[in-house]
Design a protein around this ligand. Sequence first.
Ligand code: PLP
Length: 421
Amino acid sequence: MKDNSKKENVKQFSPESLMMSFGYKPELSEGAIKCPIFQTSTFVFKNAEEGKAFFELAYGLRKKNEGEEMGLIYSRLNNPDLEILENRLCLWDRAEEAASFVSGMAAISTAFLTFLKPGDALIYSKPVYGGTDYFVNNILPSYGIKTYGFLAGVSNEEIINTVGKDARVKMIFIETPANPTNSLIDLGEASNIARHYSNDDSKCLLAVDNTYLGPVWQHPLAHGADLILYSATKFISGHSDVIAGACLGSHKLIEQVKVMRTFMGSMASPFVVWLLMRSLETLKIRMERQVKNAKVVAEFLQSHPRVQKVYYLGFLREKEDAKAFKIFKNQCLSAGSMISFDIKGGEKEAFLFLNSLELFHLAVSLGSTESLAEHPASMTHSDILPEDQMQMGISPQMVRLSIGVENADDLVWDLSQALEK
Ligand SMILES: *Cc1c(COP(=O)(O)O)cnc(C)c1O
């Protein structure tokens, strides 16, 4: 079972120091140093009175007594592995509570359905992850939810004017840095839009997909966000062997998300969560190494004659990119390890390059220990109309790289030989 009682005392340690042990009591599991996989669907009550008391809390029939914890009932509602993982995820973002999901899309869609009702409206940044884009443009409207998309750089005034007075905006959803262009959106400005649409009766929430830089390099709750969403498939898992997701925020909001999760059945499974706990132990060192490697790779690409333009946060300049530079300094703790670049030529040259790679794998997804390369226009973002792609800066020349933990010289060697082709 989880242990929150010592939370205040252990706060002094950094998250990376707590990832091996936080929230787990060996004495409750035969002294095992590692949290076992609680591969069980249901939990035995000590007696009928206990079962009754647990259900009263689970169904909100009464308030918790002083110090009372939600008891274990059934693994769709709660499970020790899920609770411990969720406590550990909270440490990076300094969130009060987290909910783990079977995928990033399950986290995103469950959060949407928790807070958006027929007649409500959603404002979102463009581009967003392809699955999110599909859900926002095809599924939410079929439930009577209006959606309005905006490119990075559009002012709050323009957004508010375009959306109009009649829309009942209940959520602002943004992805920053955006995939695959690394364009940035100011979290503080986005929280101002959310505030504009909030009143005493109802709050408009700012939700941020923090998959690209989080949870180590960007902490949206500290910049006015209400909810953070993750595809834990990416950096959090980091080994390309798990699909999972998470949603973080205040107790009040995440309790509502967990109610929807219970009835959608979109929670993660104990084994997946156990793998994520194992991954979290090395999250920071993986991400640090990936950042180091990415810097070497970006500098190599920048100086290569066959490369037209490199999209990398580390290249933002105070004078030339004043606005983006300011956002970067204010809300990002590192340039991360995602790089896109335009190769000279078009799709043909991009494909020749991709087909020539020997160490990089040609695959979508990101954030893993191995380096990956893909072609956004024809792969991850192929669902977006060509004219919209161009507007977002996704051209047929663009290649996206996710940099792993390999030897940086080997990565440069591979890119160099593929560019020579
Ligand atoms: C991959 C991804 C998702 C979707 O997550 P899944 O785990 O694949 O469901 C959402 N947002 C971003 C930014 C992603 O990269």
